[in-house]
Design a protein around this ligand. Structure first.
Ligand code: NAP
Length: 640
């Protein structure tokens, strides 16, 4: 199962090919053509990209280098079209692939190559389990319950299916998709490149936009559930209330509320929680919230039954969700007041709403392997992403402005962007410049629509703190802002992992009591005293400036499957994470998070829990998570 389109024969004329090449991302195109035509001359040393930083176009090629790259590609494409060359199908592996990957990712990226080669294998699936339960423990009863049919839960189910392990996914909604099902607000889309935000082994090369919209992603996950044979394992409209571990039998009993409101118990040898971090809307604790007499709703529970046309709308929050829907509804509402507590940094992204150019789509359709090399190219730049710019320099005296010289440089560039956007509105500019270091909160992708919306005559940005919600609207110390509708764009209770489920582990210990508001896990996945309970997108697995969260889920699914393989192979009933491994790991994570902008800054963010500890974020590169999740170290676990 790949979902990948095969390439089409080239029948276009020279002009059409030249036009397509104007839209090409050149370094990965040369890589794909070099492999397809078996011609290393397409990768001359002087066309080795100077950088993989995506902020630098075309890997830093000069105008002359770009011309040369296009000429080389044109010659290869016309040779293929005219039958002078027969393109080879790409297959992963081999020295030639390694050399080509090294050409793109750089010689000092050698450590990354094993990971990158896995990515390049797409649509092949090197991470698929190469074993079957029927070979390891044919007669053993082993059933897994997965909580949630979003991106991670579907993946876990698919992997279990590949290994022949029976499983049931319990999903509280009536469809798959998780966050992409629940968030239907106008303008909802992903802020990671479409060509990265998908499973490495199941992808569509032909994404319509550089950044996919919610409906496209929901369709993608629906298609995956159908084609992956996962849907029939899902119990929809069913909610997990509790899970309890039995010390004697080493099994879990999962209590669910059925669609009819009844209770049912499901037995499981292992439980995988795939409920995500951003699935419980957080409503602000503002006095008078119940007093408002008009309709109100949270952005993640958008009430499409309420017609906002011509209405006075109050929006609380200026995070990623508000940022996307405010420009959409600003055009049709009668008036809008946006309440901003903390200004977001904006990352200039001109193509944020843009359709993938015709030329690039043409190249994906006609150049064997180009989609894979393009993805590889995006992926290599995201392994570290912007991490170096959020690294705290302990000698740097930047206060709340910046955490290092390079962070300060970033700040200067981003401030210039804001100055440009709000040049004609000094009042808005003052409000728009954040007073915390870049990277301390999620940066929001912007192509100018935010400033344009705030500048509209019918839109007002209010930075005075909200004092209370009234019957008629929202009050600050300066006065009352009347509204017909209030929209809470106030985010999620991210650090309340696994709530509201009750999870009881060994010796009757309650998971939430153990955590006491400070959720921690080993590798984000396992918790001492809770054998065979695995968390996906658990504590400290969120990423801020590098990569796609789908990558993390793939690493987690791989690790969990490896744990199950060892259980089935060794005949143990369960694996219980050892305190020492868990504690040492968490100390390391905490120390590293303190050295990142989001840990060093005092700014408020959903990355920190109520105790102020960064409980959400992974502070290292993608490579480090990949390495740590290849093979479980069984010394980290007590077998039961
Ligand atoms: P968020 O980033 O947590 O933003 C919540 C907003 O509400 C913030 O501006 C916050 O202000 C404000 N707020 C909360 N309580 C308030 C109060 N009592 N009074 C005034 N303002 C209050 O939530 P989100 O926008 O839903 O985004 C959450 C995460 O979801 C994102 O960081 C991202 O990871 C993901 N997401 C991604 C996308 C995308 O891919 N494009 C879209 C949406 C969401 P403070 O900043 O002062 O706390």
């Amino acid at each position: 199962m790949t979902g990948t389109t095969s390439t089409e024969p080239i029948t276009d004329g020279d002009d059409a090919i030249r036009r397509a090449l104007l839209d090409a991302e050149l370094p990965p195109l040369l890589a794909a053509l070099a492999i397809a035509t078996d011609d290393p001359a397409l990768l001359p040393g002087h066309l080795r990209p100077a950088t993989i930083n995506r902020l630098v176009p075309q890997g830093g090629y000069s105008a002359e280098q770009q011309d040369e790259a296009r000429s080389l590609a044109f010659a290869a494409l016309t040779a293929i079209r005219d039958g002078r060359l027969r393109p080879r199908r790409m297959s992963a592996g081999g020295d030639e692939m390694l050399r080509t990957a090294g050409f793109l990712a750089g010689t000092d990226a050698e450590r990354y190559l094993p990971l990158l080669m896995d990515e390049l294998a797409a649509p092949d699936d090197p991470a698929a389990p190469r074993w079957q339960k029927s070979e390891l423990a044919p007669d053993r009863l082993f059933h897994v319950v997965i909580v949630g049919a979003g991106m991670s839960g579907l993946l876990a189910g698919y992997r279990l299916g590949q290994a022949g392990i029976p499983y049931t996914i319990v999903e509280k909604n009536d469809d798959v998709g998780g966050t992409w099902l629940e968030n239907t607000y106008p303008g909802c889309r992903v802020d990671v490149s479409s060509h990265l935000y998908n499973y490495s082994f199941f992808k569509h090369d032909d994404w319509p936009h550089y950044f996919s919209s919610q409906d496209v992603l929901l369709d993608y996950f629906r298609e995956f559930a159908d084609r992956g044979g996962i849907r029939e394992h899902i119990r929809f409209s069913t909610e997990v209330m509790a899970a309890e571990f039995d010390d004697d039998t080493c099994t879990w009993t999962v209590r669910v509320r059925t669609p009819s409101g009844g209770t049912e118990l499901l037995g499981a040898q292992a439980v995988i929680s795939a409920v995500g971090q951003l699935n419980r809307p957080s409503y602000p604790r503002i006095e008078g919230r119940d007093d408002f007499t008009g309709p109100s709703f949270h952005s993640a529970r958008w009430d499409h039954g309420i017609d906002l046309n011509g209405k006075r709308v109050a929006v609380i929050g200026t995070g990623a969700s508000a940022f996307q829907f405010v420009p959409e509804i600003a055009r049709t509402v009668g008036g809008m007041v946006v309440f901003q507590r903390t200004a977001p940094w904006l990352g200039p992204t001109p193509d944020y709403h843009a359709p993938v150019s015709d030329g690039l789509r043409w190249l994906f359709r006609h150049v064997p392997g180009y989609a894979q090399w393009y993805r590889f190219w995006l992926f290599s730049s995201s392994v570290e992403g912007g991490l170096p710019t959020v690294d705290v320099d302990p000698t740097w005296q930047g206060g709340e402005r910046s955490v290092s010289a390079s962070n300060d440089e970033r700040r200067a560039l981003l401030t210039m962007y804001l100055e440009h956007m709000f040049a004609d509105r000094p009042d808005l500019l003052r409000a728009a410049i954040p007073d915390y270091p870049p990277g301390a909160k999620r940066m929001l992708r912007d192509n100018g629509v935010w400033a344009a919306a705030l500048k509209q005559d019918n839109v007002e940005l209010v930075t005075d703190p909200i004092s209370r919600i009234t019957e008629r609207g929202i009050a600050t110390a300066e006065g009352e802002y009347e509204a017909d509708v209030i929209i809470y764009a106030t985010g999620f209770s991210a650090s309340d992992f696994l709530l509201p489920m009750t999870v009881t582990g060994r010796d009757g210990v309650d998971l939430h009591k153990r955590w006491n508001g400070d959720a921690r896990a080993y590798l984000g996945m396992t918790v001492p005293g809770f054998p065979n309970l695995f968390l996906m997108y658990g504590p400290n697995t969120n990423i801020v400036v590098n990569g796609s969260i789908v990558f993390f889920s793939e690493c987690e699914a791989h690790y969990i499957l490896e744990c199950l393989r060892s259980l089935l192979h060794d005949g143990h009933r369960a694996l219980d994470c050892r305190d020492e491994a868990h504690d040492a790991y968490n100390e390391m994570i905490d120390a590293a998070n303190r050295r990142r902008a989001w840990g060093a800054s005092a700014v408020n963010s959903w990355y920190k829990n109520a105790l102020g500890r960064v409980s959400q974020n992974w502070p290292f590169t993608l490579m480090e998570y990949w390495e740590r999740t290849r093979t479980p170290d069984l010394g980290d676990y007590d077998p039961l």
